[in-house]
Design a protein around this ligand. Structure first.
Ligand SMILES: C[S@@+](CC[C@H](N)C(=O)[O-])C[C@H]1O[C@@H](n2cnc3c(N)ncnc32)[C@H](O)[C@@H]1O
Length: 540
């Protein structure tokens, strides 16, 4: 497969592995509604946020939607779209080193996107799918990089979305009225959910003859391909012999006779003399098309702004978040890719459209989808993303006198920030790390799976994954405590008192601790594997 090369790529291909694991701290003042609803808004660079979330959500996300900076070079936006923002610049400097100074904006953009996409893929369920919005600045590069990361056999579609409601007559070349949303699945056999049929889709069905099977329309009785064996005459009750269409009839003579008997095929007075009823009740939902041009269905850039203006009536239009997507657009993605209990992720969340779309869709279909959003810019995260979600959860006033307040959608979210890295500069576990945080990390680094449920440290048993049971002996450092007294060492007594494996368990019991005084023979006899912290978990 052809591979895209760019300056800085070599430095970046494995960068996602070097990103430190950080803790997440929740801020209850900025959270809203039911904080236990499972929804999360993380403020921070998504690279670090993704790493922090991995031990909890790896392999659990059904649908990722991201709308990253398009790299237009337009510096006048609220956030810096060409990856020159302070954090990214500093990060590129650190990671790509001296070479970073020579990078073109496309190289920089690719350096920014590559490790994030690598991590995002790790969050997808086996039947999960990622959608990425983009325009002509980077579409071709993004396709190449996604082919490399997700596999070209997992390409789903490059959806064309009509983003402008009217063309730009001042365009010197061509008015660009659309952008793209590229979709890749985790596995090649991913199947989309059908979209509901609209009234317009159903408009040509009617029931002029009171057919007990309901509305129908006159479908085609011709075979789709030339079939010589289906070329036969059908006798009309008025005495005519009906000649077959050019390709032959759709079914064999016997099947046609059965359908005449059941009323699905009926004779008419027309020159064709026969028709087949296609019933509305037999129609499935619609397969999604790659063309999203109906602005009533999926909105456009300007009405995404109106939508935001309704939620933030006090903000002058010129100061609104500049590049929101319409909620209807993201809702369509969620309809295609999620069902009621699925987890949705958006790590370039901007004004929070994805969170809003999740809450909207849950309200419409009684679902319980959950979202994880990440936004780097602190002001945007707290004053726009978080504030929008707060308003749509609790209800809000659109401003003006005549308008009724908008009812809240319910639900809620936790607002979190990134905390200290798990390991300090000397490679030791940071003093601020608690047992539950370390347990989640240890479990993930051992099994590659997220911790089944958060533990509180009342037992060293962290969890089971297949043929592995993971234990952790760790208490947060306290001055003057020797490691054995603190219970951080696997001693013969500790081993005797470890919670037993369930009856019939066959597999490995892995114990993470700072040290071990149990003989190798006893460990082997009891099926115990000892792993020393912090060394055994640093490279996870
Ligand atoms: C195009 S906007 C997304 C708009 C969003 N879809 C909406 O409907 O409002 C991209 C957002 O990603 C944020 N962003 C850029 N780089 C980021 C990073 N490394 N980590 C997290 N957020 C980032 C920007 O601050 C901006 O808010």
């Amino acid at each position: 497969m052809p591979e895209l090369k760019w300056i800085g790529k070599d430095a970046i291909v494995n960068h996602h592995r070097e990103v430190p694991y950080r803790l997440l701290h929740c801020d209850s003042e900025l959270s809203a509604g039911n904080a236990d609803s499972g929804n999360l808004l993380v403020q921070g660079d998504n690279l670090e946020a993704l790493k922090a979330l991995l031990p909890y959500y790896a392999g659990k996300v059904k649908c990722i939607y991201i709308d990253p900076p398009y790299n237009t070079g337009n510096e006048n936006w609220v956030y810096n779209d060409n990856v020159n923002s302070g954090e990214i610049k500093q990060w590129l400097g650190k990671v790509v080193g001296k070479e970073a100074e020579d990078l073109s904006r496309h190289d920089k953009w690719l350096c920014m996107m590559y490790p994030r996409l690598r991590l995002l893929r790790e969050f997808l369920k086996e039947d999960g799918v990622i959608f990425v919005s983009i325009d002509d600045n980077e579409n071709h590069h993004l396709r190449a990089v996604m082919n490399e990361i997700f596999g070209s056999n997992c390409f789903v579609a490059d959806i064309i979305w009509r983003s402008a409601d009217s063309s730009n007559n001042d365009a010197k070349k061509v008015s660009m009225d659309h952008n793209y949303t590229i979709a890749y699945s985790k596995r090649p056999d991913w199947i989309s959910f059908a979209l509901p049929r609209s009234e317009e889709n159903n408009a040509h069905y009617s029931n002029p003859d009171d057919d007990p099977n309901g509305p129908w329309f006159a479908g085609n009785l011709s075979s789709p391909n030339p079939r010589e064996n289906l070329r036969y005459q059908i006798s009309h009750p008025d005495g005519r012999a009906l000649e077959p269409p050019a390709n032959g009839w759709r079914w064999s003579k016997q099947q046609v006779e059965e359908k005449i008997a059941s009323g699905e095929i009926v004779f008419t007075d027309t020159s064709r003399g026969i028709l087949r009823k296609t019933y509305l009740k037999d129609q499935k939902g619609l397969a999604p098309s790659s063309l999203w041009v109906d602005i009533d269905e999926t909105g456009h850039n300007r009405n995404a702004k109106y939508e935001l203006k309704n939620i933030f009536p006090e903000v002058p239009t010129s100061e609104l978040f500049p590049t929101p997507k319409p909620t209807k657009f993201v809702e369509k993605i969620l309809r295609i890719a999620t069902k009621a209990d699925d987890l949705v992720m958006d790590t370039f969340s901007g004004s929070g459209t994805t969170g809003h779309a999740v809450l909207n869709l849950n309200k419409q279909d009684g679902g319980n989808r959950q979202f994880i959003l990440v936004e780097m810019d602190e002001k945007i995260a707290s004053e726009i993303t978080g504030e929008r979600l707060r308003r749509v959860v609790n209800g809000y006033d659109k401003g003006g006198d005549s308008v009724k307040p908008v009812e809240g959608l319910g639900g809620g979210f936790r607002y979190c920030r990134l905390g200290t890295p798990l390991f300090d500069e000397f490679g030791d576990i940071d003093g601020a790390v608690s047992f539950p945080d370390l347990a989640a990390h240890v479990f993930f680094s051992e099994t590659g799976a997220p911790i089944p449920q958060r533990v509180d440290g009342s037992t060293p048993l962290v969890g089971q994954h297949g043929a592995q049971i993971v234990y952790l002996l760790y208490s947060e450092p306290e001055q003057g405590f020797a490691r054995i007294e603190a219970g951080n060492v696997l001693t013969p007594d500790m081993l005797t008192n470890l919670p037993a494996a369930p009856d019939g368990f066959v597999g490995e019991r892995v114990v993470y601790a700072e040290g071990c005084t149990v003989s190798a023979d006893r460990l082997k006899a009891e099926g115990i594997v000892f792993k020393q912290i912090p060394y055994s978990i640093q490279g996870a």
